[in-house]
Design a protein around this ligand. Structure first.
Ligand SMILES: CC(C)(COP(=O)(O)OP(=O)(O)OC[C@H]1O[C@@H](n2cnc3c(N)ncnc32)[C@H](O)[C@@H]1OP(=O)(O)O)[C@@H](O)C(=O)NCCC(=O)NCCS
Length: 160
């Protein structure tokens, strides 16, 4: 019997693989709307540095998913956020990134990553987890809705 997708805490040795996936996430969003989303020439090095700096931060959730051979093929990044008057919300968890290598999608890795990424803030007392998702990203939205996320805000952008 299969044990199902393996999701575990990110370690320093994962940073090369994770930052490569993060680079795909950045480019995917830039392609959705080049004016709204950042264009970074090489996002990988910045992500590797940032994730390395928060690997041991208890407010940050960094997870990886492995394929059957133990290769890192997905990651998730969430963090605990304080109450925000700007956003009119209490302290919460925020799920910032989830990415699964396109060669291994549709096998439940995304679901396993999101389930764990929302369970950890909840275990630390966060009453809820929020996320933002690009309107074009219907595949991700289906996953989030299936896992209990409801639509609560709509971001609108106008060029100056
Ligand atoms: C969104 C994303 C993380 C989902 O990852 P994934 O590993 O494919 O997710 P899952 O396998 O859990 O679910 C994907 C689909 O496979 C299906 N599935 C899951 N396990 C399955 C299995 N064992 N057999 C058949 N289908 C399965 C799910 O029902 C789901 O179907 P749906 O798209 O019709 O709802 C992935 O598509 C991705 O990385 N996209 C680019 C990055 C991105 O958009 N991130 C979110 C930014 S907000």
């Amino acid at each position: 019997m299969s044990d199902g997708p393996r999701v575990r805490a990110m370690a320093a040795a994962d940073l090369d693989a994770v930052s490569r996936l993060a680079g795909f996430l950045v480019r995917l969003h830039h392609a959705f709307d080049p004016q709204r989303f950042l264009h970074l020439r090489s996002p990988e090095s910045g992500y590797a540095r940032y994730f390395a700096s928060v690997l041991d931060d208890p407010e940050v959730v960094l997870l990886v998913a492995e394929d059957d051979g133990g290769a890192v093929v997905g990651y998730a990044y969430a963090r605990l956020e304080p109450r925000s008057y700007d956003e009119l919300r209490e302290a919460c968890g925020k799920l910032h990134d989830v990415y699964v290598d396109d060669r291994v999608r549709g096998r439940g890795l995304g679901e396993a990553l999101v389930r764990e990424a929302v369970a950890r803030p909840a275990a630390r007392g966060a009453p809820r987890v929020l996320l933002l998702t690009a309107v074009q990203n219907e595949q991700a939205q289906r996953l989030f809705a299936r896992l209990g996320f409801r639509t609560t805000m709509l971001e609108m952008t106008r060029e100056s």
